[in-house]
Ligand binder design. Sequence first.
Ligand code: KG4
Ligand code: ZN
Length: 356
Amino acid sequence: MSKVLAIETSCDDTCAAVLDGDKILSNIISSQVDLYKKWGGVVPNIAKRAHSERIETVVAEALKRAFRLKAQKYAGDYIAEGMKKIDLIAVTYGPGLAVALGVGIDMAKELARNYGKKLVAVNHVEGHIMSNFLKNSCGKPLRKIRFPALVLTVSGGHSKIVLMKGIGIYEVVGETLDDAAGEALDKVAKLMGLGYPGGAVIERLAKKGDENFLKLPRPMKGRKGFDYSFSGLKTSFYYTIRDWSKERISENYENLAASFQTAVFESLLGRFEKAVDYYKPVSLLASGGVTANVELKNRLRKLARKKGLVICLPWDKKLSTDNAAMIGVAGWHKAKRGELVKNVDKLDREARAELG
Ligand code: KG4
Ligand code: ZN
């Protein structure tokens, strides 16, 4: 069961990928970001329509590229040809935006029924964790990830510290009590009038800014446990700049971005370091959209060095943010464990699915 077609539509990217086990043969991402710029965030109905319009073409493109299919007239022809080579379909069932998840699940169910393929349902957060186990079509990079591993996974939808005792064996030991780290970056970018999504814009501005420009709190510092909280930090930022003129804000874009980004990253790293000391893992992993940030990656590498550990990060920016390849590799392992969908018709989305 090595050829996997994976589908991911949990938020604002329509994604499909084809894998040979853990090797990526194709990884197609159709981003909807341009549709949300003026709204400052994902709009469910727009997302549903955009996923529905794009899903067939994206799946066809993934199959076409993976198997170098000869030119066809219609997307459906590529799908009919490509599906002959597929052994397993993997799809994200949650967590995520319900109406968006539904589009990917319906497509996966239809393909499983029409072509008589096995189906596996994958948790989106497990997908992010498993992005570190992906290889290119030549089988690189060679990584031997040892367990127990401690994982920091941070995106626009979640911020978690996960103790991973093996593939498929997860214990969430810390998570955000309110906003996710990426969500906080997005909201602050919106407050400053920088558009959506904010993480990458803040990263670019922060490079030239003074991180000590604003005195912002370090949420949860000194508290017991390993949970996060970012909503108070965002509120504190808001109160600081709410009476500022537009000019004053724009003159200080770089300093504001650097101050906020540093507050978020120090919080992420501080709690993660505490968890590393407590759980004493033999390896470290990080994943999720926020780990596309070079400054965060550098801080994580520095922490790993300090602890005498190795940290694995997604080897391509495209594997940090949402993609279907990560769903494919997680699904392939799940299928090997025999965790297939028993009744295809009954598979349903779970907008608030928990990991584990
Ligand atoms: O993993 P992802 O694509 O989707 C979710 O599962 O949410 O993560 C998207 C999040 C957004 O909040 C975005 O602002 C953030 O990741 N992000 C970044 C960067 N690129 C994306 N945050 C910081 N620096 C970046 N370069
Ligand atoms: Zn994600």
